[in-house]
Each structure stands twice: as structure tokens, then as C-alpha cells.
Design a protein around this ligand. Sequence first.
Ligand code: 8YV
Length: 336
Amino acid sequence: MPARTSHAMTQRPFRILQYGKMPLPALDHELAAQYDVTLLSEQSDPTRFLTEQGATFGCVVTSAAMGLPGHVVNALPNLKFVSSFGVGFDALDKASLLRRGVRVGYTPGVLDDCVADMAFALLLDAARGLSAADRFVRRGDWSRQRFGIQTRASGKRLGIFGMGRIGSAVARRAAGFDMQVAYHNRRPVDGSPHLYQPSLLELARWADFLVITAAGGDATHHLVNAEVLEALGPQGFLVNVARGSVVHEAALACALQEGRIAGAGLDVFEDEPRPLPALLAQDNVVLSPHIASGTHETRRAMADLVLQNLAQCIATGQPLAEVPWSAEAAAALQAA
Ligand code: 8YV
């Protein structure tokens, strides 16, 4: 049996491949000051660069938005660690990373409040027509007509699809609006005081507001489809702060156009940064450019965790906050 070597880097100096610019510019400077970092996106020919120098990198720093494709993982034969800025890991190529036993750190926990705040900002905006009212005032329409009567949010039924950390933070905020909360997950959450709906369809049928806080990826792809939107109904609102891939965007645009749901608040889209043109034409949808975690405080906390994950990987071979599938693979390796 071959001797089991630690995942901690044995070779020095430790070269880090940064996949692209980080969502907090200060982090680019901090990484460059602390480590031997090369920015892949700045190479004139990234493919050739990877062919020539891929074997010299032990670590990648990336973000949830940029992800990490399998062909890049495959071009890095000595890759041991990835440190990713973000809580979502659907854009990191699970198959190639798992196969290679690469340990992957991410940034859960530190963005829950800001993402939940944004869910409520979108919910209130969609219900009360705030962005549409702002356009109305700026256009000078106020002197000619009254702004349309909108929908109450307080006291209504809030359905949460994905009762994880962010979903729970949304549910806590709902208490301040005297809302009833129900949720759908693959399984009921132990000890949750909220009503569990056994299917997404039943949750949509029950809810006045359906908020998506479920993880992206194959398991949730297009789960919010025409049928679910039909169940939400002409008085219902959809809010998405999770991943655009969870919603069938064309079906949503159609439902909004035809008044089969009342409105929507969307921070995420299927093909960012290109929301469907049909959405742009609708006044009953509020659009934001994937900014739910985009506050100074939260982006700083995420950057700190990226650095901590990196430092701990180098020191111990294991990130502080590790994506669940990466930890499972490591446990399986240990047991083998
Ligand atoms: C980030 C996100 O803004 O954490 C995530 O998964 O989607 C957002 O918080 C973005 O991914 C930064 O890369």
C-alpha cells in the first residue's frame, strides 16, 4: 500500500491560479500581496498558458459566479485545493474535482442575512410596485394620473422553497411582517416550527409569495415551471435570490405577460448577465443584477473566509468551510 501523504502542500513556493477578478477588488490585492498568484483571465492565451504551466499550480481561487470548468481542473494535474468566493457551488465541476479528491472551500453562513434582506426587498418591491412607482414619478406621470393600487404583503402566506440557512433567515424576517410561513425541501427540517409542504406544487398553491432559496444544479433545474407558476396563481408573486436555473425563465416571462401570476422579484437569471428580453418589457417584475450578497460588510466577510479557507488548506490540507461533496469524498478516501 502506498504511504498516505498529507494533502498539505509539500512543494514550495505554492503557486495559486486565480481564475478571474474577485467580486471584491480588495481581495485581488490581498491575494496578490500574500501569495504567488497568477490571474488566468489576464493571460493572452489562457489555454496555452494552462498547457505550459498548469502543472505548477496547487490551488485555484475562484467564485461561485465564475465557477471552475472540468477542462481547467484537468489542465491542473497538481491541483489540491480550491477556495471559492460564494455559497453556491453549482458552477464548480463536481465530477472532475471529486475524481481527483480536490478539497474545496466556500463561504457559507456569512451572507445569509444580506441575501434574506434582498429577498424581502424584492418581495416588498414586487408587491407594492416600488420600482414601478419610482419610474412613474420620474416620468412625470404623477401630475396626470394616480399610481395603481398594489398588494399588501403583511399577514400573507410566505412559501419558502429551500429551508437552509438563507431560507431560515427569510423565515425570521417574515415574523416581523406577521406572515405565515411554509416551506418545501427534499426532507422536513428537524425542529422547524414551520409548515412542511410535501411538494413544490402544494407549496405554490398555498403561498401568496413563493421565495426561492434552494441550491442550484441538476437536482433543482427548472423545478419552478409553468405548472408551479399556475399553482401560484394570478394573485401570487415569485421571488428568486437563489439561482436562475431553478426557474424556467421563458415560462415565467409568459406567466407575467399573461397575468397568470401577479408579479416577480428576480436577482438571478438563467443566462447572466442577460435576462430574457421579455422580462425587461414587463412592469410587474423587479430585476436586480445578482447583488443579494453585494454589501460592503458581507462581501468583506466572504473575502475573509476565502482567505481563511486558503490559509487553512495550506496549513492543514483542509479548508475551514468545505463544500459537502468535497468533505464526503475526503472521508471516503480516508476510509479506503
Ligand atoms: C455571489 C452567489 O455574489 O454566493 C453565491 O453563491 O451567488 C453570490 O453571493 C456571487 O456568486 C459571487 O461570485
